[in-house]
Design a protein. Structure first.
Length: 223
């Protein structure tokens, strides 16, 4: 009898542990679903409110989620009253230009800090990092004054593009990526006649991306 108990007890313990794990997973999934619903509810209310007609209550207690008289007239009226197409074009222009200039400028700043040796390199890098502790709110008023009184690009697309063409954080990221490129590859490229600009924009980026991809594969056990 005692022997039978010692044989069945491990199986019972395994079943109990499995039930406990299932109950714990159910609890966490229910909690995550509840939090997701609370997070999505405001966006869902805004989305459904856009389809409400003139007879539907926008603000009510309890809130009315489902429109009783759904209509697309709200979208048509906004499209006719505002240059929505121009808004989209401006957003795409700003996004593309900001990304392109940011990659270009930050790479030209990060490559010398990573692969070129000159006096004060480390001091410049740490001074750049020190600017990260400055709150962005402190730069809004000086940037506005420069935009209006100095550069005169107030109320234009350059006012959105030029202040964002560089980022200290992106310089830091690219510097760390360039440091993963072996110096032997750079020396070999210099022997082939590659300039520093070509090393930075072509070989530096390509080899940094390859090194980062290889590190990710090693980290996840695929190599």
């Amino acid at each position: 009898m005692a022997q039978a108990r010692t044989i069945t007890n491990p199986a019972l313990a395994v079943r109990t542990r499995a039930r406990s794990q299932i109950s714990e997973k159910i609890f966490w999934y229910l909690l995550l679903c509840l939090l997701s619903f609370v997070t999505i509810l405001p966006f869902l209310w805004i989305f459904l409110t856009a389809f409400k007609g003139p007879n539907d209550a926008v603000y009510s207690t309890p809130p009315q989620l489902i429109p009783r008289d759904p209509t697309l007239a709200n979208f048509v009226r906004v499209w006719n009253q505002l240059p929505i197409g121009r808004f989209f074009l401006n957003s795409i222009t700003v996004a593309v230009c900001t990304t392109g200039f940011n990659v270009l400028v930050t790479s030209l700043a990060a490559y010398p800090l990573a692969k070129m040796k000159f006096p004060g390199r480390e001091a410049i890098f740490y001074l750049l990092l020190a600017t990260l502790i400055v709150p962005a709110q402190l730069t809004y008023i000086p940037s506005f004054i420069l935009a209006v009184n100095v550069f005169h690009y107030y109320d234009s697309l350059p006012a959105l593009i030029l202040p964002n063409i560089s980022s200290v954080f992106n310089i830091f990221l690219l510097r760390q990526a360039f440091k993963t490129v072996p110096n032997d590859l750079i020396d070999a490229a210099k022997m082939d006649g590659a300039s520093e600009l070509r090393l930075c924009l072509l070989r530096g980026y390509r080899n940094a991306c390859r090194a980062s991809h290889r590190d990710n594969l090693v980290e996840y056990g695929r190599v």
